[in-house]
Ligand binder design. Structure first.
Ligand code: HEM
Ligand code: HEM
Length: 270
């Protein structure tokens, strides 16, 4: 119970900090910068940070912890996979639009493409993210891969998911710094004008959001209980070991080695 309360508190903080970061980036582009438009100019560039932070950071972070929300534990595993995959696809779409905005802005303004470390790391993150979605759908969603393939791939999926998320945050911090150095000329970034302080705080908010999501996603005791354990809890009497609680292959408990819930349940991995 105490454990679950800490989870809820951290989930609340993560959501609040992420939401405030989105509000900050919106205020940055609307109040300190030129605003938003699709005109090949500075206003078009502004879609880049706005959609990158909203989609690629905030939505991706929520997608990562969505299995941990206790009030979703009643939902079937298939439903949760669809929500997890759907949020990630939405994050991907916003990230791609944010890239189209910055490439189009560069082309119209005759600015070279892909020269900075920020752009290399950012593009690599988007390519890995695409691969993660394709493999995630093929292995965990489509009822074609055998249990042992799912079991072998799960630790790789979790590690690469957390690695991509961390890389995106690193890239965003580089992009923010670049933009402040390019954009602030009179007064300069080093003179700490109000915009610089405001956007530095945005960078801190993004970092704290990232840390909270990584912490929540790496606590084994906060994992979603397995389907069978849920069945047991809901019926308040123990389900016989080996009983199936669902019908489709995709809804069967996912094979996750080292799952705390599964160890508690005493069930062997598929
Ligand atoms: C450019 C990716 C976030 C600022 C670029 C480019 C890529 C990219 C691939 C190269 C575009 C080109 O060469 O035409 C990403 C990704 C992000 C992200 C994946 C996800 C978090 C941000 C944020 C800012 C930002 C939050 C803050 C303003 C910039 C700037 C450029 C740029 C100033 C132009 C200079 C350059 O090419 O480095 N970004 N970006 N980016 N991005 Fe980002
Ligand atoms: C779990 C990331 C796409 C299926 C996870 C976890 C991460 C993650 C970090 C661990 C969460 C935790 O332990 O609480 C990502 C990222 C994706 C992505 C960044 C997109 C690029 C997908 C897709 C599917 C999928 C498309 C297909 C259904 C799963 C499953 C789990 C999982 C079944 C296990 C959840 C559990 O603990 O029971 N993902 N994922 N993922 N993901 Fe993904």
């Amino acid at each position: 119970m105490e454990n679950q309360r800490s989870l809820l508190v951290l989930l609340f903080f993560a959501f609040a900090v992420g939401f405030i970061a989105v509000v900050f980036v919106l205020r940055w582009v609307l109040h300190f910068r030129e605003g938003l438009a699709w005109d090949g100019g500075a206003k078009e560039f502004n879609w880049h940070p706005l959609l990158a932070v909203t989609g690629f950071i905030f939505l991706q972070g929520i997608a990562i912890v969505v299995y941990r929300l206790p009030w979703t534990w009643k939902c079937s595993k298939l439903m949760m996979k669809l929500i997890h995959a759907g949020l990630n696809v939405l994050a991907f779409i916003l990230a791609v639009i944010s890239l189209v905005a910055v490439f189009d802005f560069h082309n119209v303004q005759n600015i070279p493409n892909m020269y900075s470390l920020h752009s290399w790391v950012g593009l690599a993150a988007i390519i890995l993210f695409t691969l993660q979605i394709v493999l995630g759908v093929c292995i965990f969603l489509l009822p074609v891969s055998p249990g042992y393939v799912r079991a072998a791939f799960m630790p790789i999926h979790v590690f690469s998911g957390l690695f991509i998320f961390t890389t995106v945050i690193a890239s965003a911090l580089m992009g923010i710094t670049e933009k402040l150095i390019f954009g602030l000329t009179d007064p300069k970034y080093k003179d700490s004008p109000p915009e610089a302080t405001f956007v530095n705080v945005l960078g801190l908010l993004i970092t704290v959001f990232g840390a909270l999501i990584l912490w929540i996603a790496t606590r084994p005791s906060w994992k979603r209980p397995s389907e069978q354990l849920l069945h047991t809890l809901h019926n308040s009497e123990p389900a016989p070991v080996g009983t199936k609680t669902d019908t489709t292959m995709s809804e069967r408990p996912d094979p996750e080695p080292n799952s705390e819930a599964r160890r508690r349940n005493g069930k062997t991995e598929e």
